[in-house]
Design a protein around this ligand. Sequence first.
Ligand code: GLY
Length: 288
Amino acid sequence: MEPILVILGGSGSKIRNPEEREIYLGESLESGFLELKEGKEALSAVVKAVIVMEDAPCFNAGTGSVPNLLGEVEMDASVMTSEGLFGAVAAIRDVKNPIKVAMDVAVKTEHLMLAGDGAVRFARLMGHKKYDPLTDELKELYKEKKSSYYKDIDRMRSLYSLETVGAVAIDRFGGMAVALSTGGIMLHLPGRVGDTPIIGGGIYASQRGAIAATGHGEGIMRHMVAKRADDLLDKHNGEYAAEEVIKKVEADFGIIIVDRDGKVGVAYNTKYMCWGIKTEDYKKVQGA
Ligand code: GLY
């Protein structure tokens, strides 16, 4: 099987810093694809690709995550493989790479998801140091808008939301995996959990394919977007499944899929979606 990596950098009506994003999307593809090239499994490729985007301040995940209504960052992340391995963290605070903690949940516990204080405590036990992911840019914006944020809430949400970073991959053995990470929706209520850590919501993988979604979490969860796409893969390829869920589901979102035959689907109904793809001899990134 020819290895393939597809990544997601967020979607929405406006994409901040598209040029900067293109650079990091490129780095993310290189870093993730190197794993596949070296013969490693799809899971390590998608996690590597997501770490690059979590560390880049221009994406709403890890460093650069948007603040909630109290000015604090709460993040969601998850991983899943075609073999059924799953791990997620929800509303986790004060860590640099939520995706690494989700990996630890998947491989070091018998649980599927840890949330809030329990997730933070688990992260510390696993050696993830305390880290504030809120950037100065977003801290300033929050402070500046704090007194008027109820008035401005819709505009701020439309500027800074609908962004999840993610990756799907198939490795040379035909194994598939997906990783997903987000800071959620700008100025969300504390404790809000989006679609990113919800199995079948924003993320799903099976023997049929690996699927990642970005967009309005409540809409994605309500329609179980990723599982719906997986069901379509029973009789159709990844390209068809991506286009069909976009057509049928009423929510603002985008989706990437790689299926068991290496067919890729990329579709979105938002104005923009950042994404990229890499194979041995092909590479493409789209910053907005
Ligand atoms: N899709 C990201 C979120 O709504 O949390």
